[in-house]
Write a protein that binds this ligand. Sequence first.
Ligand code: HEM
Length: 331
Amino acid sequence: MLSKNEMSSSASLGTRSYTTDSSTAASLAFPRTKPFNFWVKLGIAGVLAYLTIQMINIETHGRRLQTMNPEDWKKVMEGHPYQRPAPDASRGPCPAINTLANHGFINRDGRNVTQKQLYEGVVKLGMAPLAAHFISRLPYSMFKQHHPPDGPFSYFRSAKTIDLEQLGIHNTIEHDVSLSRSDVNLPPYSTIQLVPERLEQMIYIAAKRTNGEKGDQQQKQQVYILDKDVYDHRKLCWLESIRDNPYLLVGLNQQMAITAETAAVLDILGRNLAISEDHLRSFFLDEKIPADWHPPHDSSTLGMFKRLWESFQGVQKSKATLPRDNREGSD
Ligand code: HEM
């Protein structure tokens, strides 16, 4: 039996009856019927199928650009000899992209670089195609030059080309606490200029672990920088920035970039979480592809995400501290 109140707020439409109180007003406007659910589900399935096909296309097209063995890579490199950048060339803070320019995989002067060039360049260097597809779009959406008369739609358009120095625009992709550059607010006040002492610190950490504190010159072994060494170096750089840089910003975006770069050093420039000192110096100091290096052919976007997490935790768990400084801050 319906109460008087309930009877007054119910209406009958054909065989179906709907209540008309305010809490069910939404279901009156959009009655949920089986056919509606069916079309929604079909739509979602269609979108997912489309995205999956797109991702497979990107992966298969990208893999075709990659060389699968060192012999093929040697042939590729014959067409891409190293040249030092001209004094007026444009260079940015990414050692890998500068290296691509020095070998002519992208414009050698680092100017007017298209997204296609950048994407193909980083894929040839061994980045997983899906990751490269998204990451190579970032600078073009960020660095479009807008003008006062531009309407709101201008902000949804991407730049056609970039100059590599634009990658150094602070807190876009570029960030504080870099492996080889100082924070922009600390000397030499450049996001692009390499600071050799930073690189030496990373190598020193690895050399100390390999050869002991004094580093016996007679028995000195080839130094490999391992994941743990990079995490210790990152932590020391971070603590230095906390100490010296009042404008330091390390949020989630910056963390994502920092951990991705750490993964790139260990898995693309290096192998299996290690890079030799010679290769590290070649990529960072000379921005040159070492003669005995070849790209990995098994990098995956999922694997990259796994590495991001490992890298995040690696820095978190690192025991490195600044000399005579135990103030690490707390949560
Ligand atoms: C299109 C793809 C890429 C873009 C847009 C990009 C951009 C950048 C930018 C803006 C930085 C500066 C971050 C900072 O402030 O330290 C950077 C750093 C770095 N990038 Fe890339 N990069 C790309 C691909 C790669 C690839 C494929 C590799 C490795 C093979 C790589 C390795 C690195 C490393 C190791 C750093 C850290 C340098 C440092 O901390 O001193 N990048 N990248």
